[in-house]
Ligand binder design. Structure first.
Ligand SMILES: [Zn+2]
Length: 209
């Protein structure tokens, strides 16, 4: 075998090795490509999942926000209704309080009127009692005066004579010297004078004799 043939064989062998190495490199590249593709697929699906998750989360958040808004609106409405009711109650209370004040004033006026009427009645009663006592006292004094005149006639006494109480008893009703119903003290005096009572307003006048 000459050198030229050895060279050809060597070149063929090198070519085969190179072909083989190229084939392996292509295989490795294809495998890498496949792996890359798989990785890209996984990445894509992960991205899709992430987007879904984001969307889903956003949806949930939106729903929660919507629910909270609705709840807030309901609570706000209830609060407004409660405020309105409270305002109505306050007005009603104020009106009732005004009525109560008016009623109390009316009651007070009524009580004052009743007191005035009672005072007037008691004044009238006192005045009536005073008049009755005055009339009775004057009647007593008239009886005593008559008794004095009879005593002076019977005993032939002068007009200046002053009888003792016991002197007059026979000429008085039931033999008793009457007393003033108002608590006044009597002074018999002389025959010519009127008997008098110590109370003001009690006493005989010439017309009564
Ligand atoms: Zn009297």
């Amino acid at each position: 075998m000459n050198l030229k043939r050895w060279f050809v064989v060597a070149c063929l062998t090198l070519t085969l090795v190179a072909e083989f190495l190229l084939f392996r490199a292509q295989q490795t590249r294809d495998a890498a490509r496949t792996e890359l593709f798989s990785a890209q697929v996984v990445l894509h699906s992960a991205q899709v999942e992430l987007a879904d998750l984001k969307n889903s989360n956003a949806g949930l958040q939106a729903a929660e926000i919507s629910r909270l808004r609705t709840l807030n609106q309901i609570i706000t409405n209830q609060l407004l209704e409660a405020r309105s009711s409270l305002a109505e109650l306050k007005t009603e209370y104020e009106q009732t309080a005004d009525h109560l004040v008016t009623a109390r004033r009316a009651l007070k006026l009524q009580q004052q009127h009743i007191q005035e009427v009672e005072m007037e009645k008691s004044k009238v009663v006192v005045a009536g009692v005073a008049v009755i006592q005055q009339n009775r006292c004057n009647e007593n004094l008239r009886q005593i005066d008559l008794a004095k005149q009879e005593w002076a006639l019977d005993r032939n006494r002068s007009q200046d004579a002053i009888p003792a109480n016991r002197d007059l008893l026979p000429y008085l009703k039931n033999g008793i010297l009457p007393t003033c119903p108002g608590g006044g003290i009597y002074m018999i005096n002389s025959v010519s004078e009127f008997p008098v009572c110590s109370l003001p307003g009690h006493g005989l006048t010439a017309q009564m004799r």
